[in-house]
Ligand binder design. Structure first.
Ligand code: KIV
Length: 284
């Protein structure tokens, strides 16, 4: 059977059928290609790129231009996955018309399928406006990294009954405003499972337990490419940073010890040509 491009209907159908949705972040052509070939349903070009690719301390400094640059590279690599562009801090919070215009840039300039933004009820009218412009919006509640200083750090959200109730109301408000999916980040597993049961639209969990309709992980965390810290909810499937370090040290040693390049890495010149050049050209 030929493979089909994943759409929002495919993802909704997975929820309806109780089939888990797979999502991963990617930020460039090769990682998008690898995710696509692995059969991942959806690729999020997350503003986490600010931390894991650009070396910022948080996602706050990430700009629209940086996001669009990486989204375009991901689009060139991923043919089938459902592609989501993450709206960076201050691209949608200050002004609703600006939010719609910036959301539109992800589709017009980077060919994304949808945009994601952080926040619950306070963002419902913005979600409604972007959605009314014909753009699919994904919500993101629980730990919202763009407001990490307001939250007092990277902490689990929804631990008390009152906080869990607020999360439920946020999720319902986003759904009612037209959000097509909701990312739940760092919420107790029971809260995430209950939200997933009550919502019509799919939930995608990150640090939110097994009761969500799908899972997302930051690529650099799961592949062990980011060595500053690894959150507890991450399962590490590789140690690519360690492997990269070993490979680079081996290359350095090979060059210093003159083991690289070998004859198999060089382009030989035929003897006759060499002799002609040596005798006629080099003697002049
Ligand atoms: O930016 C990102 O990678 C995200 C995920 C953590 C969901 O928003």
């Amino acid at each position: 059977m030929s493979r089909k491009k994943v759409t929002i209907l495919t993802l909704q159908e997975k929820k309806n059928q109780g089939e888990p949705i797979t999502m991963v972040t990617a930020y460039d052509f090769p990682s998008a290609l690898a995710a696509d070939r692995a059969g991942i349903d959806s690729v999020l070009v997350g503003d986490s790129l600010g931390m894991v690719v650009l070396g910022y301390d948080s996602t706050v400094p990430v700009t629209m231009d940086e996001m669009l640059h990486h989204c375009r590279a991901v689009r060139r690599g991923a043919q089938y996955a459902y592609l989501i562009g993450d709206m960076p801090f201050m691209s949608y919070q200050a002004d609703r018309a600006e939010a719609v215009r910036n959301a539109g840039r992800f589709l017009k300039e980077a060919d994304m399928d949808a945009v994601k933004l952080e926040g619950g009820r306070a963002m419902a009218d913005t979600v409604r406006a972007i959605s009314a412009a014909g753009i699919t919006v994904i919500g993101h509640i629980g730990l919202t990294p763009q407001s990490v200083s307001q939250l007092g750090g990277y902490r689990v959200q929804g631990r008390t009954a009152a906080d869990a109730q607020r999360l439920l109301e946020d999720a319902l408000a986003l759904q009612e405003a037209g959000a097509a999916m909701i990312v739940l980040e760092m919420t107790p597993d029971r809260v995430a499972a209950e939200l997933s049961r009550r919502l019509r639209i799919p939930t995608i969990g990150i640090g939110a337990g097994a009761g969500c309709d799908g899972q997302v992980l930051v690529l650099h965390d799961m592949l062990g490419m980011f060595d500053r810290f690894t959150p507890r909810f991450v399962k590490k499937y590789a140690d690519l940073f360690g492997q990269m370090g070993q490979a680079l040290a081996a290359y350095r040693d090979d060059v210093v010890q003159r083991r690289f390049p070998g004859p198999e890495h060089a382009f030989p010149m035929e003897d006759a040509v060499w002799e002609e050049w040596r005798d006629d050209g080099l003697t002049r």
